[in-house]
Design a protein around this ligand. Sequence first.
Ligand code: FAD
Ligand code: UDP
Length: 382
Amino acid sequence: MEYSYDYLIVGAGLFGAVFANEATKRNKKVLIIDKRNHVGGNLYCENIEGINVHKYGAHIFHTSNKETWDYINQFVEFNRYTNAPIANYKGKLFNLPFNMNTFYQLWGVTTPEEAKNKIDEQREPYLNLKPKNLEEQALHLAGKDIYETLIKEYTEKQWGRPANQIPAFIINRLPFRFTFDNNYFSDLYQGIPIGGYNKLFDNLLKDAEVLTNVDYFENKMLFDELAEKVLYTGKIDTFFNYKLGILDYRSLHFETSIHNTPNYQGNAVVNYTDKETPYTRIIEHKHFEFGNQDKTVITKEFPHEFSKDNEPYYPINNQDNNLLYSSYRYLADSLSHKFLFGGRLADYKYYDMDDTIEAALKLSNTEFNGQILYSEKLQVEI
Ligand code: FAD
Ligand code: UDP
């Protein structure tokens, strides 16, 4: 059968775009489609008042993997932005991640030894706990004050359920240190693309054909006939028409507003850790790129229940959902080799951007194993 394309890629997010780039580098013909009206997936930025506004939540690139860092830097240069969020609990400000500044703000302790003693005292009642959920994990690790001021209410807002019904591993993402270091990430490399994430996608997709505002499922048979292989990066339960059940997600909605001031909150990210404030955080986008525009744009992030009509943001990786995902994965693996799956929605995993790139490169390596790059082929022919 004659195909118009070697690959049809469903989803022009980071996974699809990295795979598309690897394919076109090998002179494969690629069509990439997205149901949104733009490429970039959740990294997409909209320019408002000269500011790159992260439309689907703040995205800060960070990795400790030098290969991944070198890979992404081929397409775009990064600035020196370092994430150092502030927490606002009932009007009082704290530095994150938990570090000497936070301990001073909480208890007035000024040395690491005093801080350690204070935390030991706080953890003491919970030391014998074998943490089975996030609440127990947080109390076991940090004790009562930190849990109640900075974790419990934020987490319950974020996940929409009591902290003792949330898996413990989520809190492993919060680092803990005894230096005056407000850098949220412990990674070797971090930053924001200079000029925004859209530039990254322009470069990744420069040799692919792109169609936006196109939903694969509106014409699946026709799309499948267009290409020898199909890489699907959407939700895996949707691909199988939910026949085994619906995978649960946590969704968000964003309220973005323009303000007539050059500086609204003095930081890109301020978390509201109390339960009375309905949003979890306010993002002031210009600070990601050290903008000095006259106006500013802020986004309030409200977590809410997921339904088929809103965006799936965070997978809820509890036992039931993980089991359901494994059954879908089994179905996916039993399909013909025509279909490939990948990305945060098809893999039902919380992937950071570096994980997404690594997963896409891994799939490309398997797919194109032994096939030389087009640029190398040209050199051989010349
Ligand atoms: P996506 O970006 O979701 O792309 C999938 C694409 O497929 C979408 O554009 C969608 O429209 C399209 N699609 C789905 N179904 C169809 C269909 N039927 N037809 C056509 N198109 C379809 N990572 C970090 O490293 N740092 C951060 O600071 C960070 N912040 C985050 C904040 C939030 C709120 C969230 C939710 C995630 C964050 N991440 C962050 C993770 C990051 O967003 C992911 O690693 C990345 O977006 C994954 O890319 P992807 O291509 O797998 O998925
Ligand atoms: N978290 C918290 N207080 C905060 C920020 C985060 O308790 O001020 C918890 C919360 O459970 C959240 C998890 O840490 O789901 C991970 O948060 P992070 O901001 O690192 O991840 P993101 O929501 O950006 O993916």
